[in-house]
Write a protein that binds this ligand. Structure first.
Ligand code: GCU
Length: 423
């Protein structure tokens, strides 16, 4: 099949075969300066970073990459309704709550269904991982009484999605990526939602999602440079979960770690950049459009991602296809937006499409900002060997295997988060 006729996921998949995976073919590039403000001044203190340069960098990501999240006035009141509490979930080790989050001023948005597991038998409120799922709450959990999501899902034979809807056979299909028992047994809570509750993940999905609901032109909106894309909307959902968690006495909302894989890893990085309530930020195989340096022509490129998934980003971003040098940001600046909070970047050695080395290099090049806070970041200059986690305030590993979230990844996250949250 001619790849020019392919769209979306199929186009991206076809491009994986012909991408550059040869380090010697990387075209030399210069990263934009992290510590120089737009008026040419050097930024040399943490205070200057926080007060002046950080807001500039955040605004650059809004204007050029993900778009601006609308002002809270646009969405108004946020309502939480706890719709189910199960005190003996997962064989008694946890309490499972379902929470419906909605916008009473925008009833045409169906709202989002949050699933929260908190460990039983603990002495105080639990620190919590917050992350979106690809398949819905029933896919994260293997418990048969978790309601099946009724929302649109991407077609998948393997996940038993029929006519774009989940079926009974879809239960648990994402559970290997969410080792709930392991997380809960270490005293952490987990809060998750289906990203499609906010917006179906395809180029026209926004018409049936929150972005159309919040836009005065609705489904007739013509998106402009700097207006938000789907990643921004999915990240918005994570912040609304943080809003709810602040009201739940079982959760220590001062200790939230935001986590996501792949396109949802891009989402978690952007959520963490905008919302400092996320005390730790975790990017699992987020790759192009996430942690990977965009100026490296290795694996996925700006041209491919903005053609396959134009809806993920603000319109401006597509203008940097084959023109990365003109973009005023690169992804070391996205990592730096987490500072001084700890951030963990994870790669997989067979996930060359996501450019593991490019993911490492953004962590490395964020160091000048961690320096301003007197924090040690990765603590190494070279990408470590396979399955050799490194880092202090900036964690990194490249693990054996493919594009995925595995228990190895979670073991590192649990250690990292426990260390930084003082558990
Ligand atoms: C595609 C896409 C990546 C993305 C991935 C995923 O491979 O090209 O950018 O990270 O899908 O989300 O699984």
């Amino acid at each position: 099949m001619l790849t020019t006729l392919l769209v979306g996921e199929d186009f991206a998949e076809a491009q994986q075969k012909t991408a550059n995976y040869d380090e010697s073919k990387i075209v030399p590039y210069t990263l934009p300066a992290l510590l120089k403000s737009s008026d040419g001044r050097d930024v040399s203190t943490a205070e200057e970073w926080v007060k002046a340069r950080r807001p500039e960098v955040l605004a650059l990501f809004e204007q050029h990459v993900y778009g601006r999240t609308p002002d809270p006035k646009a969405w108004g009141r946020v309502e939480f309704k706890v719709t189910q509490v199960k005190k003996d979930a997962l064989g008694g080790r946890a309490t499972r709550k379902l929470i419906h989050i909605s916008l009473p001023e925008h009833p045409s948005w169906q709202g989002m269904e949050v699933m929260l597991y908190t460990p039983n038998g603990r002495s105080g409120p639990a620190p919590c991982f917050v992350g979106p799922s690809f398949g819905g709450n029933h896919a994260v959990s293997t418990e048969a009484d978790v309601p099946l999501s009724t929302r649109w899902m991407r077609p998948s034979k393997e996940k038993h999605i029929v006519d774009n809807r989940a079926t009974e056979a879809s239960r648990g299909n994402e559970s290997s990526r969410w080792p709930l028992e392991m997380i809960l047994d270490q005293g952490f809570a987990v809060a998750t939602y289906y990203y499609g509750d906010i917006e179906p993940d395809h180029a026209d999905g926004w018409k049936d999602g929150l972005r159309a609901v919040l836009s005065p032109q609705g489904a007739a909106t013509e998106w402009k440079d700097g207006q938000w894309g789907a990643i921004g909307a999915w990240a918005w959902g994570l912040s609304r979960i943080a809003d709810y968690l602040e009201t739940d006495a079982d959760v220590d909302a001062k200790h939230l770690a935001v986590i996501g894989h792949s396109r949802l890893g891009k989402t978690s990085l952007w959520a963490g950049a905008q919302d400092v309530r996320f005390g730790v930020v975790i990017s699992n195989n987020s790759g192009e459009g996430g942690a990977a340096i965009m100026r490296r022509n290795f694996g996925e490129t700006t041209a491919v991602i903005t053609k396959a998934f134009p809806h993920w980003f603000t319109r401006t971003y597509a203008g940097y296809a084959n023109n990365e040098a003109a973009c005023p940001i690169d992804k070391h600046m996205l990592i730096a937006l987490a500072a001084p909070r700890p951030i963990y970047i994870a790669s997989a050695v067979e996930d060359e499409w996501a450019d593991p080395k490019g993911e490492f290099l953004s962590g490395l090049n964020a160091q000048p900002v961690y320096d301003l806070f007197g924090k040690k970041g990765l603590g190494v200059k070279d990408q470590p060997g396979i399955d050799q986690p490194v880092g202090d305030a900036v964690g990194y590993h490249v693990r054996t295997g493919k594009h995925d979230v595995t228990s190895y990844d979670w073991e590192q996250y649990l250690k990292f988060v426990a260390r930084h949250f003082g558990r």
